[in-house]
Design a protein around this ligand. Structure first.
Ligand code: NAP
Length: 484
């Protein structure tokens, strides 16, 4: 089945203190495949940011006053509403993010789970008894801690998962009894508008959830630096994450940043076709615009040649085209400029002696799944985050060399190892310096309740609902002694 009809959204408003208001100049939002304008959102002025934070401060009081069962009910209601609008959400994501419809549907399904898990976690935000008498000075004392919401959470989100990465901030924040001000990516704000409608209908109190739009460099920074915000939760590029560490001031800060995701394929793997197909999905879905997109594949010795052959075949078999077409696997990049940047990196590698065994072709914003060999560690396609449909296959002398090469990066989000050998599994777990180590599946694997986040340049803190809740609450320690 080909494309039914294209998505139109119209003029959206900002959502502050439970009201839909006008804001400043309209920002056009485009269909990423056709380039047509499908809607607009108003750019927030400084006074809109002030109003949103003030509304959230009031909203935070209302949220903190809600009992856990009621917060759980609201979140479950949100999950149900997303489910009932699943196709509308998926088509909107496909249009504004350029994500192939099959993957947009998968994202919506995941967001339903993220809200469902948050509804469950809202009921079990627990403290802990601390045995104070473990030291002589604690004898006769009784101690425990409770967790309380931080207050206002500023959520700043990227374009590549406009629903589920928003959900990963909004759902745990509300579960913990906080209020949120969300500033979504300027390329993909319309999905957030639909989510705001869902949250309003699900009964989030006025000011509990607020939505503003505008360029990160102004609106994003005004929000992140605002003294009324208690916690900044950011997902995006390393450069912006680095800048935020300098502008937020004394606040809690979560940074979910990039990666140059490595994979090791050991000599003992049996079903190389299956491995290659899993890696092709991990490298090319959402046109490689995934923070844990497969980028560097290390094939150990005799596996290298067959791996190149099977992986490049799997890459070439992917259907490229209009993301609203049911058959398509790989749509456009977020804009033509990004596609040209990725093309430039491929050309740079080819001029430096690399060889393309699949892809290396661009038309407008679309880049075909590209597989490179004979790359060198200093090339940008190896060293920096490509964030496009480009993966390189490199050969390693042995498993230890592959481990060292995988670790030779400033990033540390996720990594994968394919092997049937338990000793190699143990070596990998002990030797790889990444927030997530996936054995026998693509490194882009993520279940939405697992702790997720990076080490080194990949960021600070963890998401995964329960772990995000920990970072969106403060510990308050209580010490009691009998009155004399
Ligand atoms: P980005 O350019 O860093 O933008 C992310 C968000 O930050 C957008 O809302 C952006 O607003 C805003 N922003 C930009 N400059 C800002 C500033 N100075 N202060 C405050 N906010 C600012 O990232 P992107 O291109 O959307 O996303 C791609 C990156 O995100 C990749 O590096 C990818 O690896 C990373 N990522 C990480 C994860 C993870 O979980 N670790 C998940 C997904 C993506 P505008 O849209 O207006 O520029």
């Amino acid at each position: 089945m080909a494309v039914r009809e294209r998505v139109r959204f119209g003029e959206a408003k900002q959502f502050i203190g439970g009201q839909w208001t006008d804001g400043g100049t309209p920002i056009p939002v485009r269909d990423k495949y056709t380039g047509e304008v499908i809607g607009t959102v108003p750019e927030a002025r400084r006074e809109d940011v002030e109003a949103a934070v003030a509304a959230a401060q009031e909203g935070a009081k209302a949220m903190a006053a809600l009992p856990a069962w009621r917060r759980a009910e609201i979140l479950r209601g949100a999950a149900e509403r997303i489910r009932s609008q699943k196709e509308e959400f998926a088509r909107l994501i496909a249009a504004e993010a350029g994500k192939a419809l099959k993957w947009a549907r998968a994202e919506v399904e995941r967001a339903i789970w993220t809200f469902t898990i948050a509804a469950e976690e809202a009921r079990r935000i627990e403290g802990e008894v601390i045995p104070l008498d473990a030291v002589p000075a604690g004898e006769g004392y009784f101690g425990f801690y409770i967790r309380r919401p931080v207050g206002v959470v500023a959520a700043i989100t990227p374009f590549n998962f406009p629903l589920n990465l928003v959900a990963h901030k909004v759902a745990p924040a509300l579960a913990a009894g906080n209020a949120v001000v969300l500033k979504p990516a300027s390329a993909t704000p319309l999905t957030a508008v639909r989510l705001a409608q869902v949250l309003e209908a699900a009964g989030v109190p006025a000011g509990g959830f607020n939505l503003i739009f505008g360029p990160g460099g102004t609106v994003g920074e005004w929000l992140a630096a605002h003294p009324g915000v208690a916690k900044v939760s950011f997902t995006g590029s390393r450069a912006v994450g680095d800048r935020l560490t300098r502008v937020v001031g004394i606040k809690k800060l979560t940074l979910e940043l990039g990666n140059t995701t490595p994979v090791i394929v050991a000599e003992d793997v049996k079903d190389l076709d299956w491995v290659a197909r899993r890696l092709a999905v991990g490298a090319f879905y959402n046109s490689g615009q995934v923070c844990i997109s497969v980028q560097r594949i290390y094939g150990v010795r005799r596996i290298f040649e067959p791996l190149v052959e099977t992986f490049s075949r799997a890459a070439s078999e992917m259907v490229v085209g209009d993301p609203l077409d049911e058959r398509v696997d790989v749509g456009p990049l977020i804009d033509e400029r990004e596609a040209m940047r990725v093309e430039g990196w491929i050309q740079e590698a080819l001029h430096g002696g690399a060889e393309a065994v699949a892809g290396a072709r661009r038309e407008g914003p679309v880049v075909w799944p590209t597989v490179l060999i004979r790359v060198r560690p200093e090339m940008r396609v190896v060293r920096e985050e490509v964030f496009g449909p480009v993966a390189s296959v490199l050969d390693a002398e042995d498993f230890e060399e592959a481990l060292a090469a995988a670790n030779a990066t400033e990033y540390g989000l996720q990594v994968a190892v394919f092997t049937r050998d338990i000793n190699r599994v143990l070596r990998a777990i002990q030797g790889l310096d990444f927030g997530g180590i996936i054995i026998n599946d693509t490194p882009s694997y993520r279940a939405d309740h697992m702790p997720y986040g990076g080490v080194k340049g990949s960021g600070l803190g963890r998401e995964g609902v329960r772990y995000a809740i920990e970072e969106m609450t403060n510990i308050h320690m209580v010490v009691i002694r009998p009155a004399p």
